[in-house]
Design a protein. Sequence first.
Length: 328
Amino acid sequence: MKRIFNLLFHMILTISSVIFIFSGSAEAETRMSIVAFENASRVKDSSFGGGLADILLSELMQNKNYYMVERLELDRTLNEQGLCMSGVCEDSSASQVGKILNLNYIVTGKIIDASYVTSQRQGQTVNIGSGESSKTVTTTATIKVLVNIKVVDVETGRVVFSDNSEGQATSSVTINTDDGNVNSSTETWSFYAVAAREAIGQVALKIMTRIDPIEPYVMRVRGKEIVISMGRNDEIREGQKYMVVREGEPLRDRNGEIVDVETIKVAEVIIKRLETNSSYCEIKTRYKEEFIKPNGKSGKRNIELLEGDILRPINNLKSPLFGFKLGS
């Protein structure tokens, strides 16, 4: 009987330990959500702000350290609390709703501009009925979308990251030269989608490299190849590019307080081969450092790659613009 009791005791202890481990890992995730962007552009499509917020949410899900709370849940809480009802969300309101949802960070955005410039390409006359005709010109449009993103620390209410990002794309536009009207598709956000995705991709990459980043490290250096600590299970993909860096000297203010740490760029690499939990990278670029030769003259040499150096993504964007997940 005593043996059975001991067995049951150890089973309960083991199960409790597993539950603790899993609950601890969930608590360790950075909880984040995104408010629909304020639309201050000329495009009056009501789905523009929500569409860009959804794109950013999808991109931030690349970081396995983030737990992204769906916008439907966020919107429901905003409505219940009567916050951000005008489409403009103040930092204090964002912090308030973030505390309700137990978030660490909440992201707000503003579409500052969505515009295009055209260059004439081809004209034609179109029969519009009743013996009348209308002349149209098909042009190539250079489309630009400019967004501002803020990341608010829910606990303090402080903006910990802010960035303006611009995306560009080209598309065809048809203009009626009789009245100057442009094809109505330019009034919808889908016309600006490619440029918007580029802008969002740039800012998503910056957020992911600044807030609780995923950072594989160098496990082995062999000639022009290195092996890193993440692989197929972490959703690393062939063709992704990384910067190899290491921490240098601490940077101090005039009072001697450490305010930052120097980042030393060592090399740029590209993923060439995947294993389950590791990846093989080809070294594409080596950074150099100055040194003093035995004869007293200065020279330059490659900075040595070391085991333990960390990798940061350069531009892993999802297809066709962005890369795959940086972890899962």
